[in-house]
Write a protein that binds this ligand. Sequence first.
Ligand SMILES: Cc1cc2nc3c(=O)[nH]c(=O)nc-3n(C[C@H](O)[C@H](O)[C@H](O)COP(=O)(O)OP(=O)(O)OC[C@H]3O[C@@H](n4cnc5c(N)ncnc54)[C@H](O)[C@@H]3O)c2cc1C
Length: 390
Amino acid sequence: MDFKFTAEHDALRAEVRAFLKEAVPSGPGPARPTSQEDWPSQVAFNQKLAARKWVAPAWPVEYGGLGWSHINQMIFSEELSYAGAPDAGRVFNVGMIGPTLIIHGSDAQKREHLPRITSSEVVWCQGYSEPGAGSDLAALQTRATRDGDDYVVNGQKIWTTGAHHADWCFLLVRTNPDAPKHKGISFLLVDMKTPGIQVRPIVNMAGYHEFNEVFFEDVRVPVANRVGEENNGWYVAMTLLDFERSNVASIAANQRTLELIASAIRSDRPGAASGYAAVPRHRLADLWVANEIGRILSYRTAWMQEAGRMVNYEASVIKLYATELAQRITNFGVNTLGPAGVLEPDSRHVRFNGVMEKGHLSNVSPTIYSGSSEVQRNIIATRGLGLPRD
Ligand SMILES: Cc1cc2nc3c(=O)[nH]c(=O)nc-3n(C[C@H](O)[C@H](O)[C@H](O)COP(=O)(O)OP(=O)(O)OC[C@H]3O[C@@H](n4cnc5c(N)ncnc54)[C@H](O)[C@@H]3O)c2cc1C
């Protein structure tokens, strides 16, 4: 393993950094909610990426990418994350459905959907979870019944991030209720404008409307919109989850947060050498070291992909480590700022536009989505350490 970047890598990093300086409108922050209000500016950012073919630069050229290596992609993601660049659905478009269609989609599906992702014309959402199916996803009950050239879908999804902005949804449905639970599932592509779809908002504990409930009542979906074989959607769904998990590392955003905390400690206790000031300094140093370990773990994953090795439990290790560390870091940040650390962004006494408080609240959810921390620990225990399942 060689952690040294080449001159080309350094040049790419400098180019991305220069672009982001212009393109990311407002300052730093660990929390970047997909709120309704700043959605248009987020979409505008994606269009700037599209103009440079930087929406999905690691995709093959034939699908609208630039064929970048995994290391280039990692440098790019690291810089976007550090700059607090908006997402506006890229995580679902580029991080989930796009690569899944490249593997499992029909030629017609690839032709229809991939160019509209790389040109940033559409936004996708993920219709997996249901009130009775989260970690145990295969328990899902949303039903699709064949009627001529259509499926007729009835049921409910929940926690559907960005459904209120989405043009399309990748949806898991049960097509055979009599088969064992993993074997009766199909994977559909659903136009969110189809009659019978209702989106209801859920506001999260940070006060943002990011996710939703989505109801399906006699929604007609062409059979041609099924990805893979009927009743074989579980395999398509798992391919997508592998992509999803390797996309959630937040080490670069953690770094930005640590720098904010360091600046607060410096400005609040100028030149202090007392034991009182040493406590936050020591904790900051511990967290800084912990984040450097996270950085090396994520570099290792990118290096494995570059070397053509399968990334398996390693994606769980980095997801678990980075998301739990993010919570510890913003918790420390809020405590370091004292009362000002819990103020809302519109208070005149707030520090760093309230990003520490919003980040602290928002950092709970990454330890739940894409497989909760407990689920990641199960994967590491069984696939990584070879421990028995029960
Ligand atoms: C911010 C956010 C955004 C999301 N966006 C989406 C989205 O866009 N689309 C979508 O489909 N879903 C989305 N989800 C849903 C997410 O995938 C589920 O919340 C997650 O899979 C957990 O499922 P659950 O909430 O039903 O909890 P449960 O599965 O009921 O889990 C409850 C608790 O039990 C623990 N647990 C469960 N099973 C085990 C086990 N085998 N071993 C040990 N502990 C276990 C869990 O870790 C958890 O602590 C989102 C969630 C959040 C928080």
